[in-house]
Ligand binder design. Sequence first.
Ligand SMILES: NC(=O)c1ccc[n+]([C@@H]2O[C@H](COP(=O)([O-])OP(=O)(O)OC[C@H]3O[C@@H](n4cnc5c(N)ncnc54)[C@H](O)[C@@H]3O)[C@@H](O)[C@H]2O)c1
Length: 382
Amino acid sequence: MLGFNSISIDFVKFILKLYMIEIVTMGKKINVAIAGVGNCASALIQGIQYYNSNSSQKDSIGLTSYNLGGYEPSDINFVAAFDIAETKVGKDLSEAIFSPPNNALQITDVPSFDVKVQKGNVLDGAGNHFSEIVKIADSIEVDVQSVLKDTKADILINYLPVGSREGSRYYADKCLEAGVCFINAIPVFISSDSKWQQKFTNKGLPCAGDDVMSQLGATVVHKTLAKLWVDRGVAIDETYQLNIGGDMDFYNMLDEDRLEDKRVSKTSAVQAMVPYDVPMRIGPSDYVNFLQNDKVCYIYMKGRFFGKVPLELDLKLRVPDAYNSSGVMIDAIRGAKVALDRGVSGPLESISAYCFKHPPVQMSYSSAKSNFIDFIAGKIER
Ligand SMILES: NC(=O)c1ccc[n+]([C@@H]2O[C@H](COP(=O)([O-])OP(=O)(O)OC[C@H]3O[C@@H](n4cnc5c(N)ncnc54)[C@H](O)[C@@H]3O)[C@@H](O)[C@H]2O)c1
């Protein structure tokens, strides 16, 4: 009888906690700044607009849930945006997302935000391939830290081009100076780097990342297949994952010098699922301009099962790339705001493991998802 009572008291406490989360967050906005108004920013902003206009149906396809930790997609409020391209700087964010070389599919109209894209610090954001296509805006760089403070940004999302190590560190530093949470969508190691983790912990700020993991993209499919093979007792002998696409991200990725962190990020996500070393080649492979924002991925796995009999798997996946990451990012933003509300600082382990390829702690997809849900419910601290 005592056991039953204690279970029911715990259950009542849990339900009350969920209601408290709802009450505490009701009517609260999440102020978000964006560094890099490319295809990912376009898909994220259009996606939020799409969910806002369909809120009566509470459509949650592509989201963990419509209401997460008391926050709905409509609570995400864009307050600032930074870019360096002449085609985007000075425009309203709602217009800049449709400016070239962006080529993500348009799924909805976006009303004006009254948020002008401001010129950021160029640094290594403009690589060789980028500079062939994009003219850098003449306007003067803004003081990013002041903009973040003046606009009361809670979170900055880093969407700079692949390989922007200096640029990513610059925006992470600005977040530390302005007291803003940093979400790193790109394959440069900040949230998974112990020095940066310490900097965010010292400032009492959370950070999440690195390198956003798409909803149904090459990484989550490949790592889940690798785990399945291991769980089913199949020895993996070799595997590759080749990716092609036709957007600016893939054009930038023709520059092998900018790709080092991307390869590490994608490869480590798959290798972490296998308890022995497997010869593998994983990464972006070519630019095919007519694919536009579609990404095609080819996964190959070779191994042995019962009686050491050989088997092979070949898989092709084609997805609109930018949209593949936006639902995940809406979850990451809401999770990070829950962390801010609770005063959690340093690397957000469960959010990062669920939403990113190179998190501080690598987990299988199913563990990452249950930890993420437990974090939102307040059952685990980070
Ligand atoms: N599913 C996905 O699309 C996905 C998945 C994982 C990671 N990523 C990463 O997310 C990042 C963004 O992807 P994308 O497709 O939007 O790229 P993109 O090339 O379309 O956009 C990058 C934007 O950053 C701007 N920029 C360049 N230097 C800048 C600077 N110093 N300050 C401010 N802005 C600057 C560019 O002008 C451009 O608008 C890339 O690094 C990509 O590798 C994307």
